[in-house]
Design a protein around this ligand. Structure first.
Ligand SMILES: Cc1cc2nc3c(=O)[nH]c(=O)nc-3n(C[C@H](O)[C@H](O)[C@H](O)COP(=O)(O)OP(=O)(O)OC[C@H]3O[C@@H](n4cnc5c(N)ncnc54)[C@H](O)[C@@H]3O)c2cc1C
Length: 346
């Protein structure tokens, strides 16, 4: 297959580039930031799992592959670390908790205390999902980009794509401040930057830009054992001695956002024994690309030269999506698994 330019080195662009490069495709990955994972990916809670959660539109057809694709990356890609901790989730009252699905179990207080021994007040009931896992999203993105490079991909940071270069409805490359990067296929994985890059092709891809806040907390290693999702916060250990904490999002000044992060930290301290030394390392607001009807993945032009890949829960989906996209770009044969993700074609 001839030259492919991938625009955006978040988790999706990193996975697409890796999977294309390992199939021998000449790939150039362009990222506007100074490093991979400069967008929403670095602010992700990065909970992966296939048992619970919301699977809109075509995401449902990808669900069965998620865990196997992560196991494959652990084997194939150096420095990919997945924390297979399982998760515990509960609502304020058991009646509000969702029903356990396949692979999930409703467990009682003593089992919860065994799984999460530092909880001060385990609830009466929780949903336990043993197969759930988490990653460090920045480390994973870096590992995939490095692996793409090892397979021959060219990776350029500090390179903003200004627009697509189109002639007679066919892409010839992308324009950057340093000039044209020629390509026969351009894959747009620029997250919330995708709608602007698609403007010559379509006015509305129906992708919302949805802010969410994540805090990083220094903590005693092993304080939190599983992914814990409770009404006030979600928390997990992202690496030894560091927790990530989803903070209820508030719009406002930096002081207002910082206060929300401090409040979430206080909830954490109230919930966990041995957390007195926990301290906020920082917080960040990520702008999540959320397509209205589920993942948007496929060619946008009849000439099959501009391809788009945007989705929510992309940490969960990226390994599967990267594999399937590479397969259909290399073979030219449409993937049946991606059939319900297609964008409007122009
Ligand atoms: C608080 C929070 C919690 C989350 N929790 C989860 C979770 O538990 N599980 C899960 O699966 N998902 C979760 N998500 C969502 C997940 O993080 C996103 O779906 C995912 O990171 C999107 O990845 P992406 O590669 O599409 O976008 P991005 O990471 O934004 O990557 C796009 C890249 O393109 C670059 N770019 C943009 N425009 C241009 C341009 N013109 N030229 C060159 N480069 C460009 C950007 O700099 C960026 O690096 C969460 C998100 C947040 C904020």
């Amino acid at each position: 297959m001839s030259a492919v330019v991938v625009v955006g080195a978040g988790i999706v662009g990193a996975s697409v580039s890796y999977h294309l490069a390992r199939r021998g495709v000449p790939v150039t990955l362009l990222e506007q930031g100074p490093a991979p994972a400069s967008g929403v990916t670095k602010h992700s809670f990065a909970w992966i799992g296939s048992a619970g959660g919301h699977w809109p539109g075509g995401a449902q057809d990808l669900r069965e592959y998620v865990l196997a694709d992560y196991r494959r990356l652990e084997t194939d890609v150096p420095h990919v670390v997945v924390r297979w901790t399982g998760s515990l989730s509960w609502a304020d009252t058991p009646a509000e908790s969702s029903r356990p699905g396949p692979g999930q179990f409703r467990i009682g207080r003593s089992d919860i205390a065994t799984l999460e021994p530092n909880l001060r007040h385990p609830p009466d009931q929780a949903i336990h999902t043993p197969s759930d896992a988490g990653v460090d999203p920045t480390a994973l993105t870096h590992a995939l980009v490095a692996a793409a490079g090892a397979h021959g991909a060219t990776v350029l940071h500090d390179t903003t794509v200004i627009s697509l270069q189109m002639t007679n409805g066919r892409v010839e490359g992308v324009l950057t401040p340093t000039g044209l990067h020629p390509a026969t296929t351009v894959v747009l994985t620029a997250g919330t930057g995708v709608p602007k890059l698609c403007e010559p092709l379509t006015a509305d891809l129906a992708i919302a830009d949805s802010p969410a806040t994540l805090a990083r907390v220094a903590a005693p290693p092993g304080l939190v054992k599983r992914i814990v999702a409770r009404p006030e916060f979600e928390v997990r250990e992202v690496q030894d001695g560091e927790l990530v904490l989803v903070v209820p999002h508030v719009e406002g000044t930096a002081a207002v956002c910082e206060q929300a992060a401090q409040d979430a930290l206080q909830h954490l301290k109230t919930a966990f024994r041995g957390s007195d030394q926990c301290r906020l390392l920082g917080y960040g607001i990520g702008r999540r690309p959320v397509p209205r009807n589920g993942p948007v993945i496929g060619y946008m032009t009849h000439e099959r030269s501009v391809y788009v890949a945007v989705m929510h829960s992309a940490i969960t989906l990226a390994p599967t999506v990267g594999r399937l996209i590479a397969d259909e770009l290399v073979t030219g044969s449409p993937s049946s698994e991606l059939q319900r993700c297609r964008p409007p074609v122009h």
